[in-house]
Design a protein around this ligand. Structure first.
Ligand code: SF4
Length: 245
């Protein structure tokens, strides 16, 4: 059984094509910009347990859209790799029906969990939160050693990989920090592209509803000019396609 926060049956933002996205409950991080703090707890009352067979019934409804658009299924969260065994079972069922699989992950988990899903995952959408361990801790609550180790693990196994990096003014937008991120990605032969995600405060109201202290009320989103400049910087270092949305 998987503990599911919610399901989006028509997403175009979580991997190639049109995708059914399964948001799994539970996350080890506490990112200061998190849009989904209601996914953090592993025991949330609003989450629901699903067996693989029930999720497959929902997923199958999307097959015509997957086939027309090159889409498939993405598991997100929260941190889906906290439920790696369930994800592996779900993806095995998807691949048996030729449905493409992707996982949206922070990679702040034990490498054994990444290893468990590796054979049945067609694409990893992997975050780099911050390259500097202390700044990672300040941003997410945890240092970044597992993230870096798992990126290298995926590279060694030639897993298909897209990188995601959230640009937060004052926290992750220093060109030196962005350069360090790009220098790492340059070494990852399997990283196909980089998505720079501009910070926004759309999830702030959820923090307030949950009685949590949102610390970025005063932070403004990066400007288009800044995003273009950072995209140019990352492209020039990595030589890889860079997108921002
Ligand atoms: S990893 Fe994702 S779900 Fe977890 S705290 Fe960070 S932004 Fe939120």
């Amino acid at each position: 059984m998987g503990l599911v926060h919610s399901i989006d049956t028509f997403s175009t933002l979580d991997g190639p094509g049109i995708r059914t996205v399964i948001f799994l409950q539970g996350c080890p991080l506490r990112c200061r910009y998190c849009q989904n703090p209601d996914t953090w707890s592993k025991t949330s009352g609003s989450a629901r347990e699903y067996p693989v067979a029930e999720l497959m019934k929902i997923i199958r409804r999307g097959i015509p859209y997957f086939q027309a658009s090159g889409g498939g299924v993405t598991v997100s969260g929260g941190e889906p790799l906290l439920q790696a065994e369930f994800v592996a079972e779900l993806f095995t069922a998807c691949q048996a029906e030729h449905i493409s699989t992707a996982i949206d992950t922070s990679l702040y988990v034990a490498t054994s969990k990444v290893e468990r899903v590796l054979p049945v995952t067609d694409l990893f959408l992997a975050d780099i939160k911050h390259m500097e361990p202390q700044k990672s801790r300040k941003l997410t609550g945890l240092a970044n050693q597992l993230n870096i180790a798992n990126l290298c693990f995926l590279s060694q196994h030639n897993a298909r990989l897209w990188i995601r990096y959230v640009v937060v003014p004052g926290l992750t937008d220093d060109p030196q920090d962005v350069t360090a991120m790009a220098e790492l990605v340059k070494t990852l032969d399997n990283a196909e592209r980089i998505e720079l995600l501009p910070y926004h405060a759309l999830g702030a109201h959820k923090w307030d509803l949950l009685g949590l202290n949102y610390t970025l009320h005063q932070t403004q989103p990066p400007t288009s000019q800044q995003m273009n400049d950072l995209a140019h910087l990352v492209r020039s270092i990595t030589g890889k396609p860079v997108f921002w949305q």
